[in-house]
Design a protein around this ligand. Structure first.
Ligand code: AMP
Ligand code: GLY
Length: 439
C-alpha cells in the first residue's frame, strides 16, 4: 500500500492501515517520524515530482495508493498513478475540482438541483466594480472567497475581516490582480460540522460527524488557521446536530457523488467531505473537500473497528455496500500543538521534545504533522501545525481531559487551544443556535 503525504492526517491513515498486516510505503515531502516508523520504505521528494514517484512505484510495486492531501489531487496525481496501473483511493484531477474549484462545485450543485446552496455569484477578473457593489447591496452581508485552493485561509467575511463594501471591493481586486475569479456568497450564520464519507460510485458510507476549530485562539478569537483541533461525540452526532440533519447532509453528499459521475464520466473513488453549516434557513453546504480532513481524520480513523484496508479494497472493487463498517461508540478530542506565532509568524526550526510513552500512558494518541526529523530522535518545527494529540473516551468530558493532560508531554515553543471539546465551548455552540432560533 502506497501512502502519499506527510501530515498528521496521513499519520492517522498510516496507523489505521497498519492495524492490518500490510506493507506500507510512504511518499513524503519531509520525513514524518511517525509515518516513517510504520513504513517498510519511504521516499522523500516533492509530491509533484512524478519521476521520483514513478521510480518509487517501480521499486515497491504497490497494489493500492491512497492520497492524503488536496494539492496532489488537484494536480492530477491520481490520473498519473491510474495510468501506471496502480489502483487509487482519491479522485482524478477532474473530480478533485469538487474541492479545488468553487465555481465547479457551486455550478454542479445548481445544475443538478442539489439542496443546501447559499445565494452566490462568481466574478471574473475583468468585472466592473459596480456589478460587485450591486450584488453586495442585494445580499447585505457577504463572504468573499478565491476560486482556488487556499488551505482554509482564503475566505474573508463581512463584519469580521471586511468592514464595508469598499473593503469587499479591495479584496476582490486583490484576487483579480492574481488573475483569479472571486466568489461572493450570502454571509451565513450558524454552527458548522464536517461529514467525511467513503465514496465509491453511488455507494457511500459516512464516518462520525466532527466539529473543527478554525480560529487560532481560545474563544474562537484570532486569525483563521488550517484547524486547531476538533471533537466528535460518542453517539456520532453532536450535541446540537441531530440524526435528521446528518441524514440531510448524507443525502447531499450522495447526490453530489452521482452528479460528479455524470459530469466527469467516471466513478468517484475516495473520500468526500462536506463542510456544512446548520443555519436558521436550514442546512447549507459551505465547501467540499476531496480527502479526509486535517484534523478530522484523527477523530474518526482511530474509532474504526473495520480494517481500513478492507474498506479501501472494497471501494476499489466497487463493493463498498457489501462490507459492514463499524465505528466504536466513543468520543474523541483532538488538540493541535502549533508553533508560537502560528499562523501569522510561526517560530520555525525550533527543537521539540515528544514524550510519546507518557502520552500513551495518559490514554491519548499522537500524530506527527509538519515537523521534520533531522536526525534520529531530533525533531524540529516547521511553519505549520506540529503535533496532534487525541483523547478517546466514553464521553467528551473524559476525552477532553485526557487530551489536555497529554499535551503537557510535548515540550517546546508551541501552543494549543485549551477550549477544544470543553463543556463551556459546546454550551456556547448550543446557545448560539438557540439565539438564532435553530434549536
Ligand atoms: P471554505 O474555504 O469555503 O471552506 O470556507 C472556510 C470557512 O469560512 C468555513 O469553514 C466557514 O467558517 C467560513 N465560511 C465560508 N463560507 C461562508 C459563508 N457563506 N458564510 C459564512 N461563513 C463562511
Ligand atoms: N479541517 C479542515 C480541512 O481539512 O480542510
Amino acid at each position: 500500500m502506497l501512502l502519499v503525504g506527510q501530515g498528521a492526517r496521513e499519520h492517522a491513515i498510516a496507523k489505521a492501515l497498519k492495524k492490518s498486516d500490510i506493507e506500507l510505503f510512504a511518499f513524503m515531502k519531509a520525513k514524518n517520524p511517525g509515518i516513517a516508523q510504520l513504513s517498510a520504505e519511504i521516499k522523500i521528494a516533492k509530491l509533484d515530482d512524478y519521476d521520483a514517484l514513478f521510480a518509487f512505484i517501480k521499486d515497491v510495486k504497490p497494489d493500492i495508493a491512497v492520497i492524503g492531501p488536496e494539492n496532489p489531487l488537484a494536480d492530477g496525481i491520481v490520473d498519473f498513478l491510474l495510468e501506471k496501473g496502480v489502483s487509487v483511493i482519491g479522485p482524478t484531477r477532474l473530480a478533485a475540482k469538487i474541492e479545488s474549484s468553487k465555481s465547479f462545485t457551486r455550478d454542479l450543485l445548481t445544475k443538478y438541483g442539489i439542496p443546501g446552496q447559499p445565494d452566490y455569484k462568481f466574478f471574473a477578473p475583468d468585472t466592473i466594480m459596480v456589478e460587485i457593489s450591486e450584488y453586495v447591496a442585494k445580499l447585505g452581508k457577504v463572504a468573499v472567497k478565491r476560486d482556488g485552493l487556499a488551505g482554509g485561509k482564503g475566505v474573508k467575511l463581512m463584519g469580521e475581516h471586511l468592514q464595508d463594501v469598499e473593503e469587499v471591493l479591495d479584496f476582490c481586486q486583490e484576487i483579480f490582480a492574481k488573475g483569479e475569479a472571486a466568489v461572493l456568497e450570502e454571509l451565513l450564520e450558524g454552527e458548522e460540522f464536517s461529514l467525511q464519507c467513503f465514496v465509491s460510485g453511488e455507494d457511500m458510507f459516512p464516518t462520525p460527524i466532527v466539529q473543527d476549530h478554525k480560529r487560532a485562539y481560545d474563544g474562537d478569537k484570532g486569525p483563521n488557521t488550517g484547524g486547531m483541533g476538533s471533537y466528535s461525540a460518542e453517539d456520532h452526532l453532536l450535541p446540537f446536530i441531530s440524526a435528521e440533519i446528518v441524514e440531510e447532509a448524507k443525502d447531499i453528499i450522495k447526490q453530489t457523488a452521482k452528479a460528479i459521475k455524470q459530469e466527469t464520466g467516471r466513478h468517484y473513488c475516495g473520500i468526500l467531505y462536506g463542510g456544512f453549516m446548520l443555519t436558521p434557513n436550514g442546512l447549507k453546504l459551505l465547501e467540499y473537500n476531496a480527502r479526509f480532513g486535517d484534523p478530522e481524520a484523527m477523530n474518526v480513523l482511530p474509532l474504526l473497528e473495520t480494517p481500513l484496508v478492507d474498506i479501501f479494497k472494497a471501494m476499489i472493487k466497487n463493493e463498498l455496500s457489501k462490507i459492514d463498517i463499524k465505528f466504536t461508540n466513543k468520543a474523541t478530542v483532538c488538540k493541535y500543538l502549533v508553533p508560537e506565532g502560528y499562523p501569522v509568524s510561526p517560530k520555525k526550526e525550533e527543537p521539540i521534545e515528544v514524550n510519546d510513552k507518557e502520552i500513551i500512558n495518559e490514554g491519548a494518541d499522537l500524530f506527527y504533522s509538519s515537523v521534520s526529523e533531522i536526525e534520529p530522535g531530533k525533531i524540529i518545527t516547521t511553519t505549520s501545525r506540529a503535533i496532534a494529540i487525541v483523547g478517546i473516551a466514553e464521553n467528551l468530558a473524559k476525552a477532553e481531559e485526557i487530551a489536555e493532560r497529554a499535551t503537557s508531554f510535548v515540550k517546546g515553543p508551541l501552543f494549543h487551544r485549551k477550549d477544544v471539546g470543553t463543556k463551556e465551548l459546546i454550551q456556547r455552540r448550543i446557545d448560539h443556535l438557540k439565539e438564532l432560533k435553530v434549536l
